[in-house]
Design a protein around this ligand. Structure first.
Ligand code: 5GP
Length: 170
């Protein structure tokens, strides 16, 4: 069993997601956007956040891995690309966490090459103090300290994603 300290319980997560969804709806009012969920970590966040949003959207997926164990390697692997044509579209990337920034920097450049009209990024968690490369993030759920987080999409060696809360590894 994994030993965790609960950081955010289900209610706290859902309350914050409602606030984020309202903010996103205000920013995209009247527009039809493409939401890109970054597999696998952002799956729970994407489902709950987009259900709270009223903005008209299409949902697409990329799959990226950059991690081995609990340390960022900086090596990025894109194993699934989007299916939609993103040219001249308003695109919102939904990612679980920004840590060193390597993953989102890579993904942002990859998506910008597809010539969207606009590109914004939402993350559930931000470990600001760990940043190695600068990436502008438009919506941040929780600013967190340098703990390894598990649950609500965040894995521990690819397990524990289905925990309904976010915990810090002890
Ligand atoms: P970055 O490229 O910004 O260093 O890392 C982003 C990726 O690292 C995330 O998509 C996520 O998969 C993984 N990651 C970073 N911090 C954590 C963490 O605390 N817990 C888990 N489970 N994954 C993390």
């Amino acid at each position: 069993m994994v030993n965790l300290d609960i950081m955010y319980n289900e209610n706290e997560i859902q309350k914050r997601l409602t606030e984020m969804a309202n903010e996103i709806d205000r920013d995209y009012e009247g527009r039809n956007i493409v939401v890109i969920c970054v597999l696998r970590g952002a799956i729970y966040f994407t489902v709950d956040l987009t259900k709270k949003m009223k903005t008209h959207m299409e949902l697409d997926f990329v799959r990226i891995s950059s991690y081995e164990g609990t340390e960022s390697t900086g090596k990025i692997n894109l194993s699934l690309d989007v299916s939609e044509n993103l040219e001249d579209r308003d695109v919102l990337i939904i990612e679980d966490i920004i840590d060193t920034g390597y993953t989102l920097k890579f993904l942002k450049e990859h998506i910008l090459a597809k010539k969207p009209k606009s590109l914004k990024i939402a993350v559930l968690a931000d470990k600001e103090e760990r940043r190695k490369v600068e990436v502008d993030v438009d919506y941040i759920g929780f600013k967190i300290p340098n703990n390894y987080v598990v649950g609500y999409g965040f894995d521990y060696n690819n397990t524990c994603r289905n925990l309904p809360y976010i915990g810090a590894l002890k």
